[in-house]
Design a protein around this ligand. Structure first.
Ligand code: HEM
Length: 150
């Protein structure tokens, strides 16, 4: 078994830990515009969505190498918080900014698109409406320049 295979198994194992025992998103104040948050299934729906995204990433040969040897439980928690806050939910993002989080990774435009594809697949699988999908993608798209080419 080569290093890549070992890493993938490691990643899948960590995601399993996420699936069975991730910590709840930090909840603070309610936000006035919570309709996208609701359309994504609230906090539980968003945590499930991120879990599905991370499963898709782990299976995606184009980008999974970026996610080896990282703290997947933390990534699940921070990404869930971030999406919840962006969607107008009662959460506060407590992670690092996007430039700091992705500096040194050399994420390409194709990598970015591959991750977005994984997110779309996850949203389809969870029967999230196309309108809600597009609204979430529109909120994430502006992060492209903070993430790609760092
Ligand atoms: C809209 C697109 C993206 C968003 C919203 C996003 C968001 C995040 C967030 C919230 C974190 C956690 C920051 C923290 O730990 O404080 C993170 C970490 C990370 N991201 Fe992204 N990301 C995006 C795209 C990508 C892409 C395209 C890749 C690579 C293909 C990538 C690879 C990673 C990796 C490997 C980490 C973990 C870093 C570490 O723990 O050392 N991200 N991202």
């Amino acid at each position: 078994m080569n290093k890549l295979q070992t890493g993938c198994i490691h990643l899948v194992g960590l995601i399993f830990i996420v699936a069975i025992g991730f910590s709840p998103i930090t909840s603070t104040v309610a936000h006035a515009n919570d309709s996208l948050y609701d359309a994504l299934g609230g906090t539980d729906g968003i945590e499930k969505l991120v879990e599905e995204l991370l499963f898709n990433v782990a299976e995606d040969r184009r980008i999974r190498h970026h996610f080896m040897d990282i703290d997947v439980v933390r990534l699940h928690e921070k990404l869930s918080e971030q999406i919840c806050e962006l969607a107008g939910g009662p959460c506060t993002y407590t992670g690092d900014d996007m430039v700091k989080s992705h500096t040194g990774m050399g994420v390409t435009r194709s990598d970015f698109n591959a991750l977005v594809e994984g997110l779309q697949l996850a949203m389809d699988d969870l029967n999230i409406s196309i309108s809600a999908q597009n609204r979430l993608l529109a909120l994430l798209a502006p992060m492209h320049d903070e993430i790609v080419g760092r």
